[in-house]
Design a protein around this ligand. Sequence first.
Ligand code: GLN
Length: 414
Amino acid sequence: MKPLSQRTEIFTDSVIRRMTRIANACGAINLSQGFPDFEPPEALTRRLAEIAPVGPHQYAITFGAQNFREALSDKQFHFSGMRYDPQKEIVITCGSTEAMMASMMSVCNPGDKVVLFSPFYENYSADTILCGATPVYVPLSPVDLSFDADVLESAMAQPGVKALVLCNPANPSGKVFTHEELSIIASLAVKYDLYVITDEVYEHIVFAPHRHTYIATLPGMFERTIECSSLSKTYSITGWRLGYVLAAEPIMERIKKVHDFLTVGAAAPLMEAAVTALRFDDSYYAGLQAHYTHMKNLFTNGLRDLGLNFTEPQGAYFVLVDISEFGYGSRSSMSDSHNGMCDASRSDAKCAGGTLPDEQFCIDMAQNVGVAAVPGSSFFREPVDHLVRLHFAKKDETLYEALNRLERLKKLKR
Ligand code: GLN
């Protein structure tokens, strides 16, 4: 048989989603793939029930139902002050996963380069590779998650670089980029004429005093920002797969075409129901913020009581826990590795064969402690394998039970 495509050979399946399967297989509490175990807002599920007997049950317009795009345009205007034209500048996708893929395919030619901050959400490198492009990584400091503006500039200035991916608030680090940092990124994007493809799915999960700024609102950025986001996190409906892209018309024309042939469209009854959520008033978002702040405090206080070291999230719902003390070994220290950018596909960052220390730790933790996490190595370009990612988008009782079980972590010490 002829060999299958090279593009699909050089990355692995998603370690995040693999950990969910492992968690399910061994009955562990799943703090790996980030999704809530609490219910979506009642008004939303009530509306879904109303729709069931009457529809719509057939295709919506391929770019997303008109009323959904209008409601989304209003919501975005409310929170960012930017008015996106529902006809020309919005497309509704199957999750922000499709939004990101369609955006990347619309921007990149084979051989192009895309700048990613490391650590990064694992889809970005796979998306880049699937487009025949190459990721260029810029490390965030392990100490304060800052970036070196000179390192960023030399990455963005490289020949062939077409775009930068910005996840803000960031998965997995919990970083919320400041206005000043975004201004640096924006001015470099303008200077080198690059697109900025954003992933802003955690836009409404930000912990005071941090604040979310949409980079599209900065000078010169509307015409070059491709904003991807979704309803998954904001309304606790990850399974509905409702995402979207917001971008200026010339870019959006291309993205719409890609979307049309990738998936045809998002689920019509779910879009109809979700209009209700897009029209929620400010009290909903204040409640969401308060709920996530509560979950963050409960969980991080528990981790502190257990004597664990972890990153304090500024936004999103993840912590990176340091597992160095458990003696699983390490390939190299972070300080050694965070001294520059790398320019190859992520696949060769993986050990040639074998299981990494943090991967083995996560398997042992799922099986013997009953809590599933994601090995940190799946987010880093650098050889970092002393961190695991846990998420806290869970009911109080789930978080308490997870913290109870984590007391058994000592058993893993080697
Ligand atoms: N963003 C979530 C995470 O990182 C889940 C994403 C997904 O699996 N689609 O865990």
